[in-house]
Design a protein around this ligand. Structure first.
Ligand code: NAP
Length: 519
């Protein structure tokens, strides 16, 4: 690839690849491009810095629940992780460091939010318009926007009337001191169980509104000593070994999630034992005990959530929320809970991946209209009707048991394969065949049937609200996904040659899509 083409007067500037988002996916993709000597790409990032979710989520106690030696790029090992499960600032700094080492600052437009992506059929290009109205073109678009970037505010009557401070965990109000305040928290998911223990000692009163109790198992965290870090630094093979060992250990958990849900009994035992050791009050334990199959929502890890909930300044409310007034939250049992501040730990709109009105493919079709049953893609990455568009962390690439970075790296290899095929065969576009996408998804959702996510009766952000399909998770071994994405399988794609190649060739264009194949 060459340097980006400067658009002439009135012609938008043109890039080979435009990457949306500078989190793990976008940074990983860009590093891989740079390592191949490519320069014709740009990253659009809506925030002011690198890190994606680890830049935005800055709530107290924010940390990762996958060991850092695995939750990091295989091509950028970090012997300096200070603990097993690193906290948000350390992960953000790691990502910033990775980006800076590869000079990605020069390729990134910060504070630039993509408003729309529109496929231009005639030119076989994507037209990208940002929020300021500026337009550029790109041959290929790679989205790295993550599955959990759009905060979800609860639809509770009266929420707009609340006069106290209200904010979502993803947009923590660091300017608002919580000390001495009466604070309400809605939600007891992965984010809330991290920030509740962090704020509980400061606040006068903490009222936790729990709709569904989470399953929580012990967090086997520990600090790495200076000597250990030096050793890993001196012996990169040892770090590789450690990464491999962690991968094998966490991958083994898939047996219970996917193949033998009976094995989840071990997790259940751990969770109940943790609760029994940390919560003495039987009545409180009863209310903290989940009533659904363990694993069908994300299993959480924490050593300090239950002790925090058991403190005298904390009240666990399990009655449904009825309404919010100017200064209180009222529950179905007619109790009024006066509050100075309300924190929404209510998660994200995870099952649409993109907002409506953002991505328009062939014939101007909104991507969300192509997904009436919820997001689906071929190998989690490409969608029929949306040529030259690659979705990192796309549909069914999420994991309940292992590191998402492993999946992202698999997808990046697949995208690089696509770029090689395009360059090597002189292609203007690649578009997955609808039949290939359909077959892939039929098999995937067939495998989903016996898993713990489908057996339990619980609701989770993994499931699409209308179809009930699990559109978030990969139902299987991660190395199987890696194997499937190792090679870009052109036979599953409609390949459109560039105009010049088409004219030079006397033969039919290679595997071009027939009109009836096009969605
Ligand atoms: P979440 O897991 O979706 O939890 C949202 C919580 O809010 C749930 O307890 C939910 O109850 C509750 N809720 C939502 N709407 C409500 C309403 N209208 N009334 C009452 N309660 C309501 O969201 P999250 O905690 O932000 O985590 C989302 C995902 O982010 C996680 O699953 C995880 O993948 C990721 N995450 C990861 C880490 C990490 O350590 N790596 C940390 C944080 C987040 P219900 O369960 O009843 O719906």
């Amino acid at each position: 690839m060459n340097a980006p083409r400067q658009g002439g007067a009135g012609t938008p500037r043109r890039y080979g690849v435009l990457i949306v988002g500078a989190g793990f996916s976008g940074i990983g993709m860009a590093i891989r491009l740079r390592q191949r000597g490519e320069e014709d790409f740009v990253i659009y990032e809506k925030e002011a810095g690198f890190g994606g979710t680890w830049w935005v989520n800055q709530y107290p106690g924010c940390a990762c629940d996958i060991p850092s030696h695995l939750y990091s790029f295989s091509f950028a090992p970090n012997p300096g992780w200070t603990r097993r499960f690193s906290a948000q600032p350390e992960i953000r700094d790691y990502l910033i460091d990775c980006a800076e080492r590869h000079g990605l600052g020069a390729y990134t437009r910060f504070n630039t939010s993509v408003k729309s992506l529109r496929w231009l059929e005639e030119q076989s290009l994507w037209e990208i318009t940002d929020e300021r109205g500026e337009t550029v073109h790109a041959r290929v678009v790679v989205t790295g926007t993550g599955a959990l970037s759009m905060p979800r505010a609860p639809d509770i009557p009266g929420i707009e009337r609340f006069r106290g401070r209200i904010f979502h965990s993803q947009r923590w109000a660091h300017d608002y001191p919580l000390a001495g305040k009466r604070v309400g928290v809605i939600g007891t998911g992965a984010s809330a169980i991290q920030f509740i223990p962090a704020i509980q000692p400061q606040v006068a009163k903490l009222v936790v509104f729990q709709r569904t109790a989470p399953w929580i198992i012990p967090k086997l965290d520990r600090v790495f000593s200076v000597a250990e870090r030096k050793l890993l630094h001196a012996a990169p093979w040892l770090q590789k070994l450690l990464r491999g060992a962690i991968y094998t250990a966490v991958e083994a958990r898939v047996l219970g999630f996917v193949f033998q849900p009976r094995l989840m009994a071990l997790h259940r035992f751990l969770a109940l034992t943790l609760m029994r050791c940390q919560v003495r009050d039987r009545a409180l334990r009863r209310r903290l005990t989940p009533d659904y199959a363990i694993g069908c929502k994300r299993i959480l890890i924490s050593n300090d959530y239950y002790p925090a909930i058991a403190q005298p300044n904390v009240e666990l409310v399990t009655s449904d929320i009825l309404e919010i007034t100017e200064d209180a939250l009222v529950t179905r049992d007619q109790v009024r809970h006066p509050l100075d501040a309300l924190i929404l730990g209510t998660g994200f709109s995870a099952n649409s991946l993109f907002p409506r009105g953002m991505i328009f493919g062939r014939q101007g079709r909104d991507l969300l209209d192509a997904w009436p049953q919820g997001p689906e893609a071929y190998k989690g990455t490409t969608v029929a009707g949306y040529p030259n568009l690659f979705l990192l962390m796309g549909p069914n690439t999420g994991l309940g048991h292992n590191s998402i970075v492993y999946m992202i790296e698999s997808q990046i290899a697949y995208v690089l394969g696509a770029l090689d095929a395009m360059a090597g065969q002189g292609l203007a576009s690649v578009e997955v065949r609808p039949q290939a996408q359909q077959r892939f998804n039929d098999q995937l959702h067939g495998r989903m049937r016996g898993t713990v996510w489908s057996r339990g009766q619980c609701q989770s952000w993994y499931l699409h609200p209308q179809s009930g399909r699990n559109v978030a998770l990969w139902p299987g071994l991660t190395w199987v996904f890696r194997r499937q994405t190792r090679r870009f399988d052109t036979e599953a794609y409609c390949l459109k040659p560039k105009l010049a190649e088409q004219h030079q060739s006397h033969e039919q264009p290679i595997q071009a899509c027939r009109q009836e194949e096009v969605v």
